[in-house]
Design a protein around this ligand. Structure first.
Ligand code: RIB
Ligand code: CA
Length: 304
C-alpha cells in the first residue's frame, strides 16, 4: 500500500519539485495539497501550486486553500530564490471550497487519516490553527515529517530557518503538541547539493513532470550558484519527500526542541538539546545527515 501524505506547501520552487516527486513516486499517494503563505503571498503560492499540478499532470490531487498570514506576524517573504511566479501556463484547476484548516480537522477526525503522514514544507500556520480548534487532532495525526528548522544555524537569520521564522508561534504550537515529528532541517537539506550535471538524467527521462522538475531545478541551481561557496542548488523540500519514500536516506537523532518566540536576534530558532539532558523529553527526530547519492536516486525514480 502506498504511503498516504498531505502536504502543506508555499510554492516555492523546491515545494514544486517536492510535489512532483510525491505525486509520481509509486510508493506515495498524494492525498491533498494545502497552499499557505510563505515564500510568496498566498495568492501566488496558490497560483504556483495550481500551475505546477497542471504541468505535472497531477490534476487529480485535491487543493484546499490555507492561511494567508502567520498567527501574529509579520508576513515574511522568500528571498527571490523561489521563482516567485512559476514559469508555466495558467491552470484551470479549481481549489475545493472548504478551508485547509477545516479539511485537516475533518479528514483526520473522521479516522480516514489514521495512517496519513502530514508533511508541512512551509510555515506551520494551518496545523497550528487546526490544533487550537480541535485539540483531539493530536491523537489522530500519526506523524509529521517536515522541512523546517535547524539545530546549528539558520538561513533567514543566523538563528532561524525560513519556515519556522515565517510563523514561530505556529511552530511552537505544533512542536509542543505531542505529535511524533521528523524534522528535515538545514543540516539535512544543505548536504543534498544538486549540481548542474545531476540535472541531465532528469531531462533524459522525457515525461512532462520530469521536464518540469528539470526546468525548476535548473533555475534553483543557477540562482544558488551565485551565492559564495556554493557548488550547486539546494532543493530543501524535496529532501523531506525523499525521507518518506525511503527513511534510510537520512540519519536522525532524537532531541528536545523548543521554538524561540522572543529574542532580538534569535526569534524563530529551533532550540535543540543536542546533549540529551534528562529533564528535556525528546519530542522530535531531528535529521542530522543525508546520503546525497541515495537522495538523487530517489529523485530520479520519483519523476520517471
Ligand atoms: O528554508 C527552506 C524552506 O523555506 C523551504 O521550505 C523553502 O521552500 C522555504 O519555504
Ligand atoms: Ca517550502
Amino acid at each position: 500500500m502506498p504511503q498516504k501524505i498531505i502536504m502543506d506547501v508555499d510554492t516555492g520552487s523546491d515545494d514544486a519539485v517536492a510535489m512532483l516527486m510525491a505525486g509520481h513516486h509509486p510508493n506515495i499517494e498524494l492525498v491533498a495539497v494545502l497552499p499557505v503563505h510563505g515564500n510568496a503571498p498566498l495568492k501566488l503560492t496558490l497560483e504556483n501550486t495550481l500551475k505546477l499540478l497542471s504541468v505535472g499532470e497531477l490534476e487529480h490531487v485535491s487543493v484546499y486553500v490555507g492561511a494567508s498570514a502567520p498567527l501574529i506576524g509579520p508576513i515574511l517573504a522568500g528571498d527571490g530564490d523561489q521563482i516567485v511566479r512559476m514559469p508555466f501556463p495558467e491552470s484551470k484547476i479549481q481549489p475545493q471550497e472548504k478551508h485547509a484548516v477545516n479539511y485537516l480537522i475533518d479528514y483526520y477526525m473522521s479516522g480516514e487519516g489514521d495512517e496519513t503522514i502530514y508533511m508541512p514544507i512551509g510555515p506551520l500556520t494551518n496545523l497550528a490553527l487546526a490544533l487550537r480548534i480541535e485539540p483531539e487532532l493530536v491523537k489522530r495525526i500519526p506523524r509529521i515529517v517536515t522541512m523546517g528548522g535547524a539545530y546549528l544555524g539558520g538561513n533567514k537569520t543566523p538563528s532561524a530557518e525560513f519556515n519556522i521564522l515565517a510563523d514561530p508561534e505556529a511552530a511552537h504550537i505544533v512542536y509542543s503538541a505531542g505529535i511524533p515529528i521528523t524534522m528535515t532541517g538545514l543540516e539535512v537539506t544543505d548536504k543534498a547539493v544538486i549540481k548542474k550535471s545531476d540535472i541531465e538524467p532528469i531531462r533524459e527521462i522525457g515525461t512532462p513532470w520530469a521536464d518540469a522538475a528539470a526546468e525548476i531545478i535548473t533555475i534553483i541551481v543557477d540562482i544558488h550558484m551565485k551565492f559564495p561557496g556554493r557548488t550547486g542548488g539546494i532543493v530543501y523540500d524535496a529532501c523531506t519527500v525523499a525521507a518518506v519514500i525511503d527513511p534510510s536516506v537520512i540519519q536522525t537523532q532524537p532531541m528536545h526542541i523548543d521554538i524561540e518566540l522572543g529574542g532580538k536576534y534569535t526569534r524563530g530558532r529551533t532550540v535543540a538539546d543536542t546533549r540529551g539532558r534528562k529533564n528535556m523529553p525528546v519530542n522530535v527526530d531531528v535529521g542530522t545527515n543525508i546520503d546525497r547519492e541515495k537522495f538523487l536516486k530517489i529523485l530520479y525514480e520519483s519523476v520517471k
